[in-house]
Design a binder for this molecule. Structure first.
Ligand SMILES: C[S@@+](CC[C@H](N)C(=O)[O-])C[C@H]1O[C@@H](n2cnc3c(N)ncnc32)[C@H](O)[C@@H]1O
Length: 397
């Protein structure tokens, strides 16, 4: 098995029910599988660059990868590029010695993961059809509680108990502003979120804040969160006494004008094949976004594309969006095409995309076609042995 200096992993974020074989979908577990898989392909000191769901962030900061160096997590709210609403990060297989840097726009100031930095947030998700309503009289049934016990992400918590009494700002996660309310009654049923508070006044201020605050609204829009108040789960906690009519910008956020700049629109030149988008999560990364990611890599490792020995593998390479730009940068840095193509590897499930990827790389390198064909493999990335010895190669597929 070959191991790499850099792995790129960009599974997909499109959700399709029958999509699970692609190891992608919108399912956090499958995204994590793709991340783990690519991480395991790294050499010691190698780097993983991953476009993925924000659900992975707690693994990077405090769980599975906490002993390794995450250089940055880019929350991508400074760019608007259809249909991305994810993040990307760079994780290196070395011991963590530096703080993890959050990049992006407004979100880089507001977004927090540690519970101690956020408002206490309780999330009960209805997991059966009887529980559709957000009713105070309805029957309690099965509820699922997040976050789970013992640091698991999900715990199915079958119970008939009422959700605690005490003042709270509550809302139904499936609805927007019309479901926001303040209560000290226990809550029953439904898919519920709430923030417990000490007083009624505090709960009312939270409600006012999520209804009226323009900066918060902007943050929700930029991070493409579907449900409005849900965003309060991961924002930096602030003192509620400064909130009067809801429009006040919390001082704790220390915002500057630069953080409020409108996101830059990045062109998505791809004409995606809707069938493949649905069945395989085949959303290719637009060139502008690829280059943004590669620029971020270069800021961390200035020789990433000029050191001729560095190897790169895109574990689900599509038609080679990343690989082509990487090859291009290597050539522009004066590395000869023969040396450069030997360092570029990709695996892809879809045969047509493999053909396209090989063609695209050949067009850039203008030589060493056999080596390119050997290094771009048509296979299920989770099944492949990463030997690149032609067993699975394009010629034989
Ligand atoms: C979001 S696209 C990314 C493609 C490319 N890396 C890019 O950034 O443009 C995901 C790709 O993963 C491929 N794919 C999905 N499941 C795969 C698997 N199990 N093995 C290999 N490729 C897979 C899809 O066919 C699709 O081309």
């Amino acid at each position: 098995m070959i191991k790499f200096d850099f792995c790129v992993s960009n599974p997909a974020f499109n959700i399709s029910e029958e999509n699970n074989k692609a190891g992608t979908g919108g399912n956090t577990t499958l995204y994590k599988k793709a991340t783990n898989h690519a991480f395991n392909l790294l050499k010691e000191e190698g780097c993983l660059v991953n476009i993925t769901l924000k659900g992975i962030i707690s693994d990077l900061l405090g769980k599975k990868y906490s002993k390794y160096q995450t250089h940055f997590i880019n929350l991508m709210d400074d760019v608007d590029v259809w249909p991305y609403n994810t993040c990307y990060f760079m994780l290196q297989k070395i011991a963590r010695s530096k703080e993890v840097k959050f990049k992006g726009g407004l979100a880089s100031k507001l977004y927090k993961v540690k519970e101690s930095q956020c408002f206490p947030f309780v999330y009960y998700s209805g997991s059966n059809n009887i529980m559709k309503g957000f009713s105070t009289t309805g029957k309690n049934k099965v509820i699922r509680k997040l976050p789970g016990k013992n640091n698991n992400n999900v715990v199915y918590d079958y119970t008939d108990l009422e959700v605690a009494s005490g003042w709270k700002f509550a809302f139904n996660v499936m609805e927007s502003k019309k479901s926001y309310y303040v209560t000290n009654e226990p809550i029953r049923g439904g898919t519920i979120c709430y923030i417990p508070t000490d007083t009624k006044e505090e709960a009312e201020k939270l409600k006012l804040f999520v209804e009226k605050n323009h900066v918060f609204e902007n943050y929700i829009k930029r991070t493409k969160l579907k449900y409005h108040a849900f965003g309060i789960r991961n924002i930096k906690r602030f003192d509620l006494s400064q909130i009067k009519d809801g429009t006040e910008v919390p001082l704790e956020w220390k915002l500057k004008q630069i953080h409020l700049r409108e996101p830059k629109s990045l062109l998505n030149e791809n004409e995606d094949n809707i069938f493949k988008v649905k069945t395989q999560g085949q959303v290719y990364t637009p060139k502008a976004l690829v280059n943004k990611v590669l620029d971020d890599i270069e800021k961390v490792n200035p020789t990433a594309f000029s050191d001729p020995s560095y190897t790169f593998c895109d574990t689900m390479c599509g038609n080679g969006r990343f690989l082509c730009e990487i090859l291009d940068r290597k050539l522009k840095n004066g590395i000869d095409p023969h040396t450069a193509v030997k360092t570029i590897y990709g695996v892809e499930l879809d045969k047509d995309s493999v053909t396209e990827c090989i063609d695209n790389l050949c067009n850039i390198a203008k030589q060493d076609f056999d080596k390119i064909k050997e290094n771009i493999v048509n296979s299920d990335t989770f099944e492949y042995d990463f030997s690149f010895n032609s067993t699975f190669s394009y010629n034989n597929a």
